[in-house]
Every structure is written in C-alpha cells, then in structure tokens.
Design a protein. Structure first.
Ligand SMILES: Nc1ncnc2c1ncn2[C@@H]1O[C@H](COP(=O)(O)OP(=O)(O)OP(=O)(O)O)[C@@H](O)[C@H]1O
Length: 265
C-alpha cells in the first residue's frame, strides 16, 4: 500500500470478497484537480459497488468535498473519468445532470431544513422539484408518511424544525433524502456535531435504510467509530490518492504510519 497507483482488490482478501461479482455504481478513475499550485487530487480512484456502504476517510482539506463535487458535476476536474450509474458525468448536459442528481440522495452537513416550513413542507419540497420521477403524484401524503416512518418520526409531520432536536433534524433531513428513493446516497459527515448516542442512532438508521432499499452509500467521515460500524469497505484519501483500501479490520491493523494515524485516538 501507499504507492502512487491504483490498488486493485486482491480477490481472496476480505475486501476483495465483498466486491467480487457486484455491479459498479460509481467508477472514478485517475481523478486530478488542482487550484493553482494546490494539487488536491492527484490520480484518485474509487469504485462503489451496488448495495455497499463505502466510507471515505481523509484529513481536513484532503479533497473529499472536491471529489464529491466532481462526482455530481458541480466542479469540473482537470482530468479523469467519472461514471455514475452508467452515465459518464463529464459528458452530461444540464438536463441530464439534473436527472442524474435526482437518482442521488445527499445528506450534507449543510443540508439544513427550511426553518419557515413544517416537516411536511420540507419533505414535499423535493417531490415538487422532481415530480416526473415519481410519476406526477398528486397526493404526496403517503410518500411523506413513508419517509418519516422510515426514520421513526411520523409524529413530527406538522412540527416546525425549531421544535426538533439536532438528531431529529438530521433524521428528517435523511427522510427528505429518501423520499425520491435514490439508488445512491452520499453522506458528508453524517454524525458530526451529534452526541455519541444520537450519532449511533443515525448510524443504525443508515444501516437499516441500506438493507431496506439496497441503496449504495458513499460516506465521508472523520468519525472512526462511525466508519467501524457502518463501513463494509473503506478508502483512505491521503496526498490526493486512494492511499489505502480495505475493510475496517484490514486497515485498522495496517502498520503503515499514514494508515495508523487514522486509527489513533
Ligand atoms: N473552489 C476552490 N478554489 C480554490 N481552492 C479550493 C476550492 N475548493 C476547494 N479548494 C481547496 O481544495 C482543498 C481540499 O478542500 P476540500 O473542501 O475538498 O477538503 P475536505 O477534505 O472536504 O475538508 P473538510 O474535511 O475540512 O471538509 C483545500 O485546500 C481547499 O482550500
């Protein structure tokens, strides 16, 4: 590990077994992005397989957000190949990008609820934006209820965000993400700012959603506990590359100093 090239999965390693025979839903190859002399991504590779929970860990400023922005077409990479659910992102026009984004759920740190809207109205918002994807439904109530039930918050439907705790807001935001039945969910620091018990609840929810809908999840986190519980595989982003890949057990016992640094408390 730790060389400057793509690390193919060793087929009979634990992480190799996880990926064997599964369909690739996100394929990032040799991604490069610099801002002047700041070379952020220097040949980053990543594959997300159908139904898997993949955690990407990297220090602050290592380029995780840049990678996600390139992935959803919000930022143009300098070079590299990005394919999401069979579509090559760099070749898509605006309408095609919008359609792609409707298939991707985002749970970002900043994906706050609209304070002036009730929980119901917050959940109706994406339905109105992507009405055609849901077959132009006129009665949104069953969709809103199903999404809220998935996160155990059906009783909050008529509350305002200010009446919810931080953990409940995060769960409502997750329900809003689920309402469009995304095939892929991108989580950016899903447990940041939450106390350990609430963080654990969010992690449990992420796992149950993944089981129920067979979604593929790309999870960006600094939280080693979150990574341990939620990840099937992990990618460590160091020096702009996928420095190391493997299961939590594989990586947490790796003796490479840059890998070890992630697991020191
Ligand atoms: N639009 C931009 N213009 C110039 N530099 C940028 C831009 N976006 C990101 N960068 C730089 O790219 C580097 C990686 O930033 P990025 O936000 O991807 O880090 P990160 O790994 O997501 O960090 P954090 O964990 O703190 O959110 C940083 O040095 C940042 O200053």
């Amino acid at each position: 590990m730790g060389n400057n090239s793509y690390i193919p999965h060793v087929q009979d390693s634990p992480s190799g077994k996880i990926t064997q025979g599964r369909k690739v839903v996100i394929d990032i190859r040799d991604l490069r992005k610099s801002f002047g002399e700041n070379h952020v991504l220097n040949g980053f590779h990543l594959r997300l397989y159908e139904g898997e929970n993949l955690v990407v860990m990297g220090k602050s400023g290592s380029g995780k957000s840049v990678m996600i922005k390139c992935l959803v077409g919000l930022m143009q990479p300098d070079s590299g190949y990005i394919e999401v659910m069979g579509r090559e992102v760099n070749t898509l026009d605006q309408a095609q990008l919008d359609a792609l984004r409707a298939d991707i759920g985002f749970l970002f740190q900043g994906s706050a609820l609209y304070d002036s809207m009730t929980v119901r109205e917050n959940l109706e918002f994406p339905i109105r934006r992507h009405r055609e994807k849901l077959g132009n439904v006129s009665d949104t109530e069953p969709l809103v209820m199903e999404a809220l039930e998935n996160v155990g918050l059906a009783h909050t439907i008529d509350l305002m965000p200010e009446e919810l705790s931080g953990g409940m807001k995060r769960r409502v935001a997750l329900a809003r993400t689920l309402i469009l039945k995304p095939k892929v969910i991108l989580y950016d620091e899903p447990t940041s700012g939450l106390d350990p018990i609430t963080a654990k609840e969010i992690i449990e929810l992420m796992r149950s959603i993944q089981r129920k809908y067979n979604t593929s999840s790309l999870i960006i986190t600094h939280d080693v506990d979150c990574a341990r519980v939620v990840s099937e595989r992990m990618v460590l982003l160091v020096d702009g590359i996928n420095y190391a890949e493997g299961t939590y057990a594989e990586l947490s016992s790796d003796k490479d100093p840059k890998v070890e640094a992630f697991f020191k408390k």
